[in-house]
Write a protein that binds this ligand. Structure first.
Ligand code: PLP
Length: 448
């Protein structure tokens, strides 16, 4: 067999991840095939396409045409039966929330919640350094202080012990981020919030439809926020939503998002104009009827990949907490352990896998605690006047030391949830075969 390419089926059939890792006896004795990066045959050629993203179908197009023709282009033209109102009812029903408000983005949704809870100058909100900057920006918009707690490096989620350590008398809320749409450690976070009388705003921007202990993400805390930006599993270009069960809090969110004007048209408070528009809602309304199908497919594919990687020391799938029933799988995320690959760097590994036709990639390369916004806000008079100097100094120091997050930034590799993760089982086999082929040839990676 020397010099022959090893068939893909052969890899999947006999060379499970666990056997490669040497954890169970191996039935495989053929010499490794040549890596595509060195001129060998790739596991997957460009002729095999991944599903297109964003998802588009006729129902979505019909809804947009209907809205165009109707002339109802703003939610205030039809507050009860318009596209936005219809979306809000449908989405709330799908995730089991009493109320929903459509917004222009996930960032807007989060910022509205902060403002509606009365959190502002001089207050602190604890959140994750490993997230879209929209999470942090939503706290800064109200001139509150985003305090970053460290991560559990295996789950990439907030470490509840560090959350509790970071609570000060100024802390008003916790904003857990369900990263990749998998549930954060909500049992412990809700317990901490109750004991310290803090509000919880769930950043479920990546977690539409996912469940933890029978509840949808976004419905566990006081308020939950979603993003429908183009890459998200339910997408309309730019869009977002707030969900909650407390009528008066949701009414406050409505008022804030409607430039401070309440449902009765009275101008009562401060707020931006962050209303979802009817066209965004039309695309969502056309998409929701099939969204669960794609959500289930992502979960099936993720479970399949995890079963194939079980016992493999080189790529460890994102850890899930007790109570996790499903995930949004914005990405299927894994930790790359270079020790298992003869200390080849993540970059070398990714280059070899890409040549095999599989685009795995890092996600966030730099935790938000390393970005310039921190020094920027600490230099602003408003922060200097609102927080004691000693507090800001401690804040600056603590933000330098989030080793769990740094580890995640170094190790994570992802298969995108938009497109690849809604492909078929044979496509998932290609992913595993590419990884295993690179693993078999790990001695050569150092020369890349
Ligand atoms: C975890 C997280 N939070 C917040 C946001 C912000 O959402 P948007 O891009 O819709 O403003 C995103 C989207 O990228 C996100 O992934």
């Amino acid at each position: 067999m020397a010099g022959k390419e090893i068939g893909r089926r052969y890899f999947i059939g006999t060379l499970t991840a666990a056997s490669v890792a040497g954890m169970i006896p191996r039935a495989f004795s053929a010499p490794p095939s040549r890596l595509a990066v060195f001129g060998g045959q790739p596991v997957r050629t460009a002729a095999k396409k991944w599903p297109k993203w964003p998802h588009v179908d006729e129902r979505m197009i019909d809804e947009v045409v209907k809205t165009t023709r109707s002339g109802v282009w703003s939610r205030i033209q039809s507050p009860i039966n318009g596209a936005v109102a219809t979306f809000e009812k449908q989405f709330a029903g799908m995730i089991g929330s009493k109320y929903c408000i459509g917004t222009g983005s996930g960032t807007q949704a989060l910022a509205i919640c902060v403002e509606a809870m009365g959190i502002g100058p001089g207050d602190e909100v604890i959140t994750s350094p490993y997230t879209d900057f929209g999470t942090i920006s939503a706290i800064l918009t109200s001139r509150a202080l985003p305090v970053m707690a460290d991560l559990d490096p295996a789950s990439y989620q907030l470490d509840p012990a560090d959350v509790e350590r970071k609570i000060t008398p100024a802390t008003k809320a916790i904003m857990p981020v369900h990263i990749m749409g998998l549930p954060a450690d909500m049992d412990r976070i809700m317990d901490i919030a109750r004991r310290h009388r803090l509000k919880v705003i769930e950043d479920a921007c990546q977690g539409a439809l996912a469940k933890h202990r029978g509840k949808s993400l976004g419905t566990i805390g006081d308020l939950g926020c979603f993003s429908f930006q183009a890459s998200k599993s339910i997408a309309c270009g730019e869009g977002g939503a707030i969900v909650g069960n407390d009528e008066s809090l949701i009414d406050e969110c409505y008022t804030v998002h409607n430039h401070g004007t309440n449902r009765k048209g009275k101008h009562v408070t401060i707020g931006p104009k962050n209303r979802m528009n009817e066209f965004e809602a039309a695309i969502l309304n056309g998409q929701l009827p099939t969204a669960t199908e794609r959500f289930l497919l992502r979960n099936r594919n993720a479970a399949y990949l995890s079963s194939k990687l079980k016992g493999f020391a080189g790529l460890i799938p994102q850890k899930q907490y007790d109570g996790t029933e499903s995930g949004g799988y914005y990405n299927y995320a894994m930790s790359y352990k270079k020790e298992a690959f003869n200390n080849a760097s993540r970059q070398q590994f990714l280059k070899a896998v890409a040549a095999e036709g599989i685009a795995l990639s890092p996600y966030i390369r730099n935790g938000l605690h390393h970005e310039a916004w921190i020094d920027h806000i600490l230099a602003l008079d408003e922060y200097k006047q609102l927080f004691p100097a000693a507090r800001l100094q401690k804040y600056r120091e603590e933000a330098r030391h989030l080793p769990g997050c740094d580890q995640v930034c170094e190790e994570m590799v992802v298969l995108p949830g938009s497109g690849p993760l809604i492909a078929g089982t044979a496509d998932m086999d290609d992913v595993i075969n590419a990884v295993m082929k690179v693993y078999e040839n790990r001695d050569q990676l150092k020369s890349l």
